[in-house]
Write a protein of this length. Structure first.
Length: 69
């Protein structure tokens, strides 16, 4: 599991999180994958590319998991 710590913000956009953690090389690639319906936030499919991700949430993509701290 990848752990991502929010620094000076209360949230991060989902597409930015997927890019920053290295799952995708570009934001456009992350946005495309989110639109296909394979990314989950707290176990629920998330289609909003700019969904606000907050501390305590878990993001899943295939066999990858990101825990936001």
């Amino acid at each position: 599991m990848i752990e991502f710590k929010l620094k000076d913000s209360l949230h991060i956009d989902l597409c930015d999180l997927l890019k920053i953690t290295g799952l995708f090389s570009t934001g456009a690639e992350a946005k495309h994958i989110i639109a296909t319906g394979v990314v989950k936030v707290d176990g629920v499919v998330e289609l909003r590319k700019r969904a606000k991700i907050r501390s305590g949430q878990i993001i899943e993509y295939l066999h990858h998991k990101i825990q936001v701290l």
